[in-house]
Design a protein around this ligand. Structure first.
Ligand code: TRP
Length: 348
């Protein structure tokens, strides 16, 4: 039996190099070996952007363009839009009974995000429970493997807990998923301060034009004590080298470059120019394909429509089994021989 991949992205802005290294590259490499579903999580995006529905809607097409331009093949992988599958919201409702508020508040990614977004005490309830909706995304597709960046590991952990709890109470119906983290699980932003993030404005987007990429690389954080070209420089914690580690495919050349930088005699500008070349090798074809695809948005919408329909059929099957297992099909007749009607024990 072929196994299933499900993973997704919130349409809060275009995808960036962190997405690519952490998860998108793995999806592209695995799309032919697995039944692959990519979910554009517009409902999840609304959990902290409730007041920007038009923007979220517009970004759906942008994410789809990023997927296709980066190498997702719609003939083998299925792109689905979360809001087009209302059964996912239904499943979320059932799962909410299987998780405590205390557990939700302990999720380290949620904690980070609450701090980052400055919610203070005013956390939208939907935001706190989005890991449950994400569990529904994963379990609804009965996914075995979830390629994600390291920040999403707590979500997969919580999904496994919910799935186990569900299977114990209602019968073994759902699949326990596993996370797959890319070789580069957490790419820092160009400021070197934190992870690359749309909301922090420190990202290089897959769709950035060449001059924007160059400008961002030239602004990158390096070794603050590396003043003159002759000075020995630090490679560790130096964002330019972190990016080269992630994207330079010629490992030998990279090691030689690091050696020269450490010894002294290699300037930041030269290393940055090299990084720009390495990134252009990756991004130029993506940019070209994106431009091509963007000329025919109707075609992209068709891919989304057909994908969402196929995906919905998969989730619908899961939810039917879930309803049956949860005795939520009130019209079901108990079969006299095998299933004697049983009164529910009154609470003591
Ligand atoms: N939380 C993910 C992100 O912020 C997006 C997402 C939604 C997702 N549903 C998912 C990821 C299911 C993996 C599986 O990028």
């Amino acid at each position: 039996m072929r196994q299933t991949i499900l993973t997704g992205d919130r349409p809060t802005g275009p995808l960036h190099l962190g997405h690519y290294a952490g998860s998108l590259l793995a999806r592209i490499e695995l799309q032919r070996a697995y039944d692959t579903y990519l979910l554009i999580a517009d409902l999840q995006a609304l959990t902290d952007h409730a007041d920007q529905p038009e923007q979220i809607h517009l970004n759906i097409l942008e994410i789809a363009l990023d997927y296709l331009a980066a190498g997702i093949d719609p003939e083998v992988a299925t792109i689905v839009v979360q809001s087009g599958i209302p059964e996912l919201a239904e499943l979320t409702g059932y799962f909410l009974n299987l998780v405590t508020v205390a557990r939700l508040e302990r999720n380290p990614t949620i904690k980070d995000e609450i701090r980052q977004k400055g919610f203070g005490g005013d956390i939208p309830a939907g935001f706190l429970v989005y890991p449950v909706s994400q569990a529904a995304d994963i379990a609804g597709f009965k996914a075995h493997l979830v390629p994600v960046g390291a920040d999403q590991l707590p979500m997969i952990e919580q999904t496994v807990e919910i799935v186990r709890r569900f299977n114990r109470i209602y019968g073994a119906i759902l699949v326990e998923p596993e996370a797959l983290v890319g070789r580069v699980s957490r790419l820092p932003g160009i400021d070197g301060q934190s992870k690359m993030s749309k909301s922090l404005g420190n990202a290089i987007h897959l769709s950035d034009p060449q001059d924007v990429v160059s400008h961002k690389v030239m602004r990158m954080y390096t070794d603050p004590r590396h003043f003159r070209v002759e000075d020995p420089g630090e490679v560790e914690g130096n964002v330019v080298f972190t990016y080269l580690d992630a994207f330079e495919t010629d490992r030998g050349a990279l090691e030689a470059l690091k050696e020269r930088y450490r010894k002294g005699g290699l300037g930041d500008v030269a290393v940055k120019h090299h990084l720009i070349e390495v990134l252009e090798r990756l991004l130029a074809p993506i940019r070209a394909r994106r431009r091509e695809l963007a000329r025919d948005p109707e075609r992209v919408m068709r891919i989304l429509r057909e994908g969402t329909e196929r995906g919905r059929a998969v989730v619908r099957r899961t939810v039917l089994a879930v309803r049956y297992a949860m005795h939520l099909d009130y019209e079901r007749q108990p079969r006299a021989e095998t299933e004697p009607t049983q009164a529910i024990e009154p609470p003591r």
